[in-house]
Design a protein around this ligand. Structure first.
Ligand code: G3P
Length: 219
């Protein structure tokens, strides 16, 4: 399995809405090492842009447990697939969901072969949601999100515990919160994770392409 980097574009002004296209354009033609997979997680307002960037891989930041129909403001797996979106984040700390919703979405997604990355704030959630057959559990302690202290330096023991718990259900783990550089990425792999979920360290940096390149170099 490749080491994965999911870049969450959130709803930052520089990476969404009118700026999304320009932001994504800077990654066209970038050299991605064979053993690395890079995915961009788009805000709902930008999902249709995926078709304009066929060489990039896109996830949604959210998906709902509905099909097409009378569901105001909902996002179905069917519509994501139709737009060229290949998976979705679910239950991000900034968009928390109840267990029933998570379970229904994962059930539909599994039947449709649509990969879901379920965010978990702690060990208990990681254990519980890893039983529901997600593609990844993303462990993100909320208090570190958007800050300068990385989850890999602050919570290495918990990352190991999350990895062990999820491995029992054959689910790989991503880690996120405060991820900034190659050391954070390397440490996440050393702790048994399969990659990182990152936002501000790349999106809000002076040079997002350079920041991504330095995150993935030497791995
Ligand atoms: O989804 C990734 C995110 O919540 C982590 O944010 O800014 O700490 O990389 P950041």
């Amino acid at each position: 399995m490749k080491n994965t980097v999911i870049i969450n574009l959130k709803h930052y002004e520089i990476s969404s809405g009118k700026s999304c296209e320009r932001f994504l354009s800077s990654f066209i033609g970038m050299d991605i090492p064979e053993n690395i997979r890079v995915v961009f997680a788009l805000n709902p307002i930008d999902l249709r842009i995926a078709r304009d960037f066929p060489e990039l891989e896109f996830y949604s930041q959210h998906v709902d447990p509905v099909s097409y129909g009378a569901f105001t403001s909902k996002i179905s797996i069917e519509s994501l697939m139709d737009m060229g979106i290949s998976g979705s984040i679910l239950n991000h700390s900034e968009n928390r969901l109840n267990k029933e919703n998570i379970s229904k979405t994962l059930d539909r997604a599994y039947r449709m072969g649509f990969p879901i990355v379920v965010c978990s704030e702690n060990l208990v959630e990681a254990g519980e949601y890893s039983k529901l057959r997600p593609e990844f559990i993303a462990y993100e302690p909320p208090e570190l999100i958007g800050g300068n202290v990385s989850v890999t330096s602050s919570k290495p023991e918990i990352i190991r515990d999350v990895v062990n718990l999820c491995s029992a259900n054959n689910v790989p783990v991503l880690v996120g919160a405060g991820i900034k550089n190659n050391d954070d990425f390397a440490k996440s792999l050393e702790l048994g994770a399969h990659g990182v979920l990152v936002a501000s360290g790349i999106v809000l940096s002076k040079d997002p392409l350079m920041s991504l390149n330095s995150l993935i170099e030497k791995l």
